[in-house]
Design a protein around this ligand. Structure first.
Ligand code: DGJ
Length: 691
């Protein structure tokens, strides 16, 4: 088909265009997602040749930008409903286009059943990311069951072949990068756990099989949502590919009452023409410019007490750790789990959010004061969505958890999930947090969430599957209110490590706890994966003890620091057990980090690889920081020079510390000698400043 000029729209970003057009059946087709096109060029996009011998029913799989279940649609349908009479097919007519600066809304209506769909596109002046949402409104007289309402379906241009890149994982091994040939059919990624999940991050990238870090076309999409979700990559038998993404999971559905509206979370999409590193950098810029609440702030160096003490905490012990942390240069002291009620182990107390009177007889005030006097901010661990059955809260409100009358209440880590979809639970949660923050000068919350939903029922509620979305919406509401009323508050999103990392939670939190796995060697892969989408300034990274408590691996202090310095550096070891020499070296490395953190947190990231040496380079305004590491060595092995990118070839760069002077042209073409020690687990940090 050749689109009629008035039925074709071009969404422009600084260097890309996304083009959609209606066909003769009012189906919205994705015609182009790639380099910038003028309107005239877009209007001339060629008709695809007719396939030999195909029936009219073929050919609309993986080419539509809006994918309602309708006649002859047997592939992935992003919009699935059931009307009151049982009909599932939509017959949509295009109603109108509402255009504003960098915004487009296309409206479609099913006249018989009164269902209105609004698909919305939003572009930015400073980013190639396009944000999309879908709104469903029931303008009819009967309720409509909404089975699936994806935020967006992205049509990827036709190429010979495709690869799929995903971030998969599990607890302790989150955001692992995996790249594979895209099979025919539907590939589903998602979470049915109630949270974003460790198993899969709501992001995917598609390339034509030839892209590398520094070249090639990459199409990617991320969902800004912290509840359940599904992403379907469909490769039709024609070879065409589309990606449909949205919140929710099968088999849940919600009822849309007459007059009611449902707006989906944002799905963001990005086309990058210069490889995976450029794609990642564009996502980082987008996060800083349009997602994070305080993008301009440099994240402080934290100390977190969890690995040092676990539940064995006392006011004196925490104060002593705070003194050690302050001496090392830490700027934020975070007291983790175990400070409240009967929470002296993980079997009791969750839900009773008042300081343990034996451990903090005078409340939290004296410790907070001490921490502030040491020149640090004070942070506190909370897990507001959870309850231990052995708690005052549960004894008073056994109906406040997700449950079903005739099913057991399955515990995980001895805890149950509070039904935050309930308005009274959300009110209670906000009230105790608000009081805690009002009574105490708390600067930072580590907001944990340590188990997925199970037996997710809501007895008495007419539309109980609503809990899956309302839980997340109420979580967002509570966070938004707390932030508005306590402007100094900064928040870390944690869910047993990296179980809730997405652009939805990052709109109202400042950083994430990347993983409970603090082994620096394992962290390299976890951080590399996370960095495909999320900027280093949200990537919490602690330096902990050797041997590592989980993996029992011992790696040198410098190596542990250098890996953590690629994100938001923090210290999480038992500082009392460190030697004087380790604490002194730790302080030097914290000081090193403070000299480069503006580059790490706000600069352009480029991955480095040269033989067995790997690392990252962060550059901003004539300054570059290199963090690199090599795990093992072999007899006769020599580290190659590491070529740097993004430098001015005509400029000279002075290396801070050694004062060696390097030429940009030489660093780019020959590389930098990192002078790594000839040991296992060697690492380096180099800071180059343009002269
Ligand atoms: C899980 C978190 O990921 C840890 O860092 C720690 O806060 C524990 N929960 C405390 O229970």
């Amino acid at each position: 088909m050749r689109a009629h000029p008035t039925r074709l729209w071009v969404i422009d970003t600084p260097s890309t265009s996304y083009v959609v057009a209606l066909d003769e059946h009012d189906r919205l087709r994705g015609l182009h997602w790639g380099p910038r096109l003028t309107r005239e060029q877009a209007a001339s996009l060629p008709e695809l040749p007719e396939a030999v011998g195909r029936s009219v029913t073929d050919g609309c799989d993986a080419v539509l930008d809006l994918t309602p279940a309708s006649a002859f649609r047997y592939g992935a349908n992003g919009v699935q409903v059931r009307f009151a009479d049982g009909a599932r097919e939509l017959e949509l007519a295009f109603t109108e286009a509402v255009e504003a600066e960098r915004e487009l809304t296309l409206v479609f209506t099913d006249a018989h059943y009164g269902l209105e769909l609004r698909t919305r596109y939003r572009a930015f002046a400073d980013s190639d990311v396009i944000e999309r949402t879908l709104t469903l409104r029931n303008r009819g007289a009967e309720p409509i069951e909404v089975i699936r309402a994806d935020s967006a379906s992205w049509v990827v241009p036709e190429r010979e072949d495709y690869r799929l890149t995903q971030l998969y994982g599990e607890w302790g091994a989150e955001t692992r990068l995996h790249r594979t040939t895209l099979p025919f059919g539907e590939t589903h990624l998602g979470s049915r756990r109630g949270i974003t999940g460790h198993q899969s991050n709501p992001w995917v990238a598609i390339d034509d099989g030839t892209a590398g870090e520094a070249h090639g076309e990459v199409w990617s999409t991320a969902l800004a949502w912290s509840g359940t979700w599904r992403l379907t990559v469909e490769k039709a038998p024609t070879g065409r590919v589309a990606v449909s993404v949205g919140s929710g999971h099968d088999p849940v559905s919600v009822s849309l009452a007459p007059g009611e509206e449902l707006e989906t979370p944002v799905a963001a999409g990005l086309y990058a023409s210069e490889g995976f590193a450029a794609s990642a950098a564009a996502w980082h810029d987008y996060a800083r410019a349009h997602v994070l609440p305080h993008p301009e702030e440099l994240r402080p160096v934290a100390y977190n007490s969890w690995e040092a003490t676990e539940f064995d905490i006392s006011a004196e012990g925490q104060a002593a750790l705070a003194e050690r942390a302050a001496a090392m240069g830490c700027e934020l002291f975070v007291m983790d789990d175990g400070w409240f009620s009967s929470r002296v182990h993980d079997r009791a107390g969750l839900g009773d959010w008042h300081p343990n009177p034996d451990r903090f007889p005078d409340g939290l005030g004296p410790l907070i004061k001490h921490v502030h006097e040491l020149g640090m901010r004070f942070g506190l661990w909370v897990e507001p969505e959870m309850v231990n059955p052995d708690s005052e809260l549960y004894r008073a409100h056994p109906d406040w958890v997700y449950h079903r009358p005739h099913r057991r209440r399955s515990e995980m880590r001895h805890q149950l999930v509070l039904n935050l979809a309930r308005a009274d639970v959300a009110e209670w949660m906000h009230a105790w947090l608000d009081e805690l923050l009002s009574r105490n000068e708390i600067d930072f919350l580590k907001w944990d969430m340590n188990r997925p939903f199970s037996e997710a029922g809501w007895p008495g509620e007419a539309d109980p599957d609503r809990l899956w979305s309302e839980h997340t919406r109420n979580l967002y509401r509570v966070l938004d209110r707390l932030r508005a009323d306590h402007p100094r508050l900064r928040i870390e999103s944690c869910a047993s490590g990296g179980g809730r990392v997405d652009f939805g939670i990052l709109r109202r939190t400042d950083q994430v706890w990347t993983s409970d796995n603090t082994d620096a060697v394992d962290r390299i892969a976890i951080q590399e994966g996370l960095a495909q989408v999320y900027p280093a300034k949200v990537m919490g990274a602690w330096v902990t003890d050797a041997p590592n408590p989980f993996t029992r691996r011992s790696v040198p202090l410098d190596f542990r620091f250098h890996v953590a310095m690629a994100g938001v550096l923090a210290v999480g070891g038992d500082l009392d057990a460190w030697t004087e020499g380790e604490r002194e070296r730790g302080a030097e490395l914290v000081a090193d980090y403070k000299r480069i953190r503006h580059l790490v947190q706000h600069g352009r990231r480029r991955p480095l690889r040269a033989g067995a040496v790997k690392g990252v380079q962060y550059g901003l305004d004539g300054e570059t920081a290199v963090l690199a590491w090599r795990l093992g060595r072999r007899l006769g092995y020599r580290d190659p020079l590491v070529k740097l990118a993004g430098l001015d070839p005509a400029a000279r760069y002075r290396e801070r510390g050694t004062e060696r002077v390097h030429h940009g042209a030489v660093l780019a073409s020959h590389g930098l000698d990192l002078r790594l020690r000839l040991d296992d687990y060697a690492s380096a940090m180099v800071h180059l400043v343009e002269e």
